[in-house]
Design a protein around this ligand. Sequence first.
Ligand code: GUN
Length: 287
Amino acid sequence: MSAKILDGKAIALELRESIRAEVDRQVAAGKPRPGLAVIMVGDDPASAVYVRNKKIACEKAGFNDVSEVLPAQTTQQEVLALIDKLNADESVHGIIVQLPVPAHIDPEEIIERISPCKDVDGFHPYNVGRLATRMPIMAPCTPHGVMTMLAKTGIQLRGLDAVVVGASNIVGVPQLLELLNERATVTVCHSATKNLAHKVAQADLVVVGVGIPEMVKGDWIKPGAIVIDVGINRMDDGRLVGDVEFEVAKEHASWITPVPGGVGPMTIATLLENTMKVAYHLDCKAK
Ligand code: GUN
């Protein structure tokens, strides 16, 4: 059996086109364009690629891009002051700080300073708490993008045995919450997990986000399972590979995401979706 490919690039394009159409409708009705501020501190090369792609996606969707690239030596106080300014600016609907930040910057204080109403990354403890209590407002982009992709398979998540490999704040933990809210039975595995292969082999759905090339072996995958690979790793020869051994896994899975062109494009499309929600559909009461 060879798996069906869950084509994130195509799903993201469809989502971005629907966002563009809505922005055009809202602007024609006199509403402002959604404004998104992506703050990047320093010059991490992978972050620079993401930030450039976010800028292009913003422009194509008809958003105002108010991104700021700050030098690596920018202080914590300067970043906080910029966030205060953007929080107060009514033309800015979404604010994110690209992670990782340089070592002298405390990301937790930065994330908590962003107004929960403009936290389109969904990383603020208020929004994490809303998701954890089944009252989501703003869900983190990568795991929420995965949920959009899973909906495209038409497979019911209720009652499925799901294994999430990786327990980060950006992917693993919000993915657990999203799947739990859909009534899947979720196991989260991490670097201290014993017998990972055995756990993955039990899963009807596997979501992997660890940042280790081909860490999950293809022959661990249960026949017919859905495999979602969040990893994007650049190899010395320039190839991009995921966290799952794709060529073998696709012979076991029913659905699988490719790398590149799987989850990656969904993250940016979901960021636009969250920002549009703030601009037009959200009556946020958080302080
Ligand atoms: N770095 C890697 N993924 C993300 C993300 O989704 N948001 C932010 N802010 N930084 C990231």
